[in-house]
Design a protein around this ligand. Structure first.
Ligand SMILES: [Zn+2]
Length: 144
């Protein structure tokens, strides 16, 4: 189910274009590195099977298979669907040192990754804003 991503950045939009395609909340989070309130997002408690795509460009980012209940109030995953579909960057805003997670294709801010994830898996916790994700319940893992 490898889905190679062409890193051509064709989906790069101008700021004005992003404002048109995203809701104000999505824009605040994805383009201005905002954070939605805990337990307010659409997917923190979603347990359905499927793929979480980038709201900005549709790139498949996370799978329900790696989603776990972190109790944080944000959708949490212990691994991305494909490592190359996400990028990480050091974020020192707000006086904290955190690792930011971005969509590798459109550079949307997704959330942060922490090292307090499940010890029996990767040990990582990708803490992602629901607003950055578009759940795709129809994705069938058995199809090519
Ligand atoms: Zn994207």
């Amino acid at each position: 189910m490898e889905e190679p991503l062409q890193k051509t950045r064709e989906t790069r939009k101008t700021d004005a274009e992003w404002r048109q395609v995203l809701t104000p909340e999505q824009y605040r989070i994805m383009r201005q590195k905002g954070t939605e309130g805990a337990f307010t997002g659409q997917y923190w408690n979603n347990k359905d099977e499927g793929v979480y795509r980038c709201t900005g460009c549709g790139t498949p980012l996370f799978s329900s298979e790696t989603k776990f209940d972190s109790g944080s109030g944000w959708p949490s995953f212990y691994a991305p669907l494909e490592q190359h579909n996400v990028e990480v960057e050091q974020d020192t805003s707000f006086g904290m040192s955190r690792t930011e997670v971005l969509c590798a294709n459109c550079e949307a801010h997704l959330g942060h990754v922490f090292d307090d994830g499940p010890r029996d898996k990767t040990g990582l916790r990708y803490c992602i804003n629901s607003a950055s994700l578009a759940f795709d319940p129809d994705a069938d893992d058995s199809s090519p």
